[in-house]
Design a binder for this molecule. Structure first.
Ligand code: FAD
Ligand code: SF4
Ligand code: SF4
Length: 477
């Protein structure tokens, strides 16, 4: 009976993989959670109650077949669990590590709602695919037949790579263009190694390259190569360029040396993890060692910056946020990790300006939460006369990202964008206003999540296949 191994949630406690103690994990950029041992993964998977209507699955953007691969794991049928898991998710080992599970699958697990701890879905998902790689179950991409049609993908982040994978499996010729020197997008240069180690991303890059996906790196489209040239080379094009324009502060002194953008700070740190020479890091400009660091913002990017600064050996690290802890947009799990590692949170505090030509301090205004706005969220209000200066010699602005002005940068005014600057694309296909041009990921949604970029990339790949199939049948007539 399938059920015999399952429904153990009343007898077996929720148990996450071991977390390295803060004093050790602060010393390096390695991931903080260990891998489950096989028996533990089986035990934790067996806690699932095999819901008839699995809310975990409906709240997973990829609609992963969670109850089934949990059951197979509990029964020791790990290779089958892997086959099922990878059928709906291009990068399960990455999502298992960095999805905000508390807001998605695990946050909607019914056994948590009945007072037992949630099934540790993300950790089991990671375990399944890590084990599949170790055992050689992850097969190379070898299409049955090669097709003549080609697709150009601009952007090697999770959205572009998920589409590349699906299209290549169907024998389509795929070229991915990226302005960075390595693929992976924010998986490589945004998200720090303590959440996602870099060899996990590079392992997927190697798999795609081995499967025949061509990568044209160090190629800034719109600058090194025109968008029209790419359109001219391929039957269809996918734009998956993400969002990189930093939302900046407008405050006196903001131009001082020592006030930097989160993306530059994190990219430099990630490059160092690869062993690259990084001038801005080596000069100290983007290195927190020995400094009083203030990070401004309350989202996941801010959490990645504060925890990076701790690992670089900052003297003190403070996070300034204008609302309180309960109203922080960042994942609670990450806030907790940051606190454990020694980050100090300065709630209800907003920057008013900066002192020093090379930054010496942040002029802080204290806030209180006032009446809710139209969305129901309480608005921060100033407390008059409460200003003070927070000492700082490195300030990182982590206030979010917006899209670059692609139609202007690429000289394609016909490419329609929304009033937020994101590319207008059909909901399930990614079709843009231009014939044969599709879009996926953050450039359509605005700053979002890896799992949504994967979902969009997969959806767009299906629509692109249909599009090239139509072209092929017209050509054959
Ligand atoms: P990206 O990953 O941004 O990739 C876009 C690619 O396009 C890049 O490689 C870029 O170089 C390339 N590109 C852009 N313009 C051009 C051009 N003109 N020519 C050529 N190439 C170009 N999400 C989570 O789910 N969990 C997390 O823990 C998490 N942490 C995050 C931490 C940070 C610091 C940041 C910034 C984001 C985080 N996110 C997280 C969000 C997640 O990384 C993004 O939602 C996701 O990467 C979007 O994927 P994408 O493929 O749309 O774009
Ligand atoms: Fe949960 Fe993300 Fe995996 Fe879906 S992809 S099951 S949301 S961890
Ligand atoms: Fe299992 Fe929880 Fe999903 Fe129900 S909601 S199927 S208990 S993981």
């Amino acid at each position: 009976m399938a059920g015999q191994k399952m429904l153990k949630f009343t007898k077996v406690e929720r148990d996450m993989p071991e977390k390295r103690p803060p004093n050790l994990r602060k010393e390096d950029f390695g991931e903080i959670y260990a891998e489950y041992a096989t028996a533990k993964a089986e035990e934790q998977a067996s806690r699932c109650s095999q819901c008839g209507v699995p809310y975990c699955q409906s709240h997973c953007p990829l609609h992963n077949n969670i109850p089934d691969w949990l059951r197979m794991t509990a029964e020791g049928r790990l290779e089958e669990a892997y086959e099922m898991s990878q059928a709906t998710n291009t990068f399960p080992e990455i999502c298992g590590r960095i999805c905000p599970q508390d807001r998605l699958c695990e946050g909607n697990c019914v056994i948590e709602q009945s007072g037992h701890g949630t099934v540790t879905i993300g950790s089991v998902e990671k375990y399944i695919t890590d084990t599949a790689f170790e055992n050689g179950w992850v097969k190379p991409i070898r299409p049955h037949t090669e097709r003549t049609e080609s697709v150009g993908i601009i952007g090697a982040g999770p959205g572009g790579l998920a589409a590349a994978d699906m299209l290549r499996r169907q024998g389509v010729q795929v070229t991915v263009y990226d302005r960075y020197d390595r693929g992976g997008g924010l998986l490589t240069y945004g998200i720090p190694g303590f959440k996602l180690e870099k060899d996990i991303v590079m392992q997927r890059m190697a798999q795609l390259e081995d499967g025949g996906v061509e990568f044209v790196l160090n190629c800034d489209v719109g600058d090194d190569l025109s968008f029209d040239a790419i359109r001219g080379k391929h039957e269809a094009v996918l734009i998956a360029t993400g969002v990189y324009k930093t939302r900046g502060l407008e405050a006196p002194g903001v131009g001082a040396d020592g006030i930097v953008r989160a993306i530059d700070y994190l990219t430099a740190s990630n490059r160092k993890s690869f062993g690259d020479d990084v001038e801005e890091f080596d000069s100290g400009e983007l290195n927190a060692a020995g400094k009083k660091v203030v990070v401004i913002g309350g989202g996941d990017t801010a959490m990645d910056c504060v925890r990076t600064a701790i690992r670089q050996g900052a003297d003190t690290v403070k996070c300034l946020y204008r609302r309180d802890e309960a109203n922080m947009p960042g994942s609670m799990r990450e806030v907790q990790n940051a606190k454990e590692e020694g980050v100090e949170f300065v709630w209800l505090s907003a920057p008013k300006g900066f002192t020093g030509d090379t930054v010496e301090g942040v002029m802080v205004q204290k806030m209180r939460l006032g009446a809710p706005d139209a969305t129901g969220r309480q608005m921060p209000e100033l407390i008059e006369g409460s200003d003070y200066v927070e000492e700082a010699d490195l300030v990182v602005q982590a206030l979010g990202f917006e899209p670059e002005d692609i139609p202007t940068l690429w000289g394609v005014p016909e490419l329609e964008v929304t009033r937020w600057g994101t590319i207008k694309a059909e909901f399930t296909t990614g079709q843009t206003s231009l014939e044969g041009v599709f879009a996926a990921g953050d450039i359509v949604r605005g700053a979002s999540l890896v799992v949504w970029a994967i979902k969009d990339g997969r959806d767009a790949a299906e629509a692109i296949l249909e599009y090239v199939n139509q072209g092929a049948s017209v050509a054959a007539e």
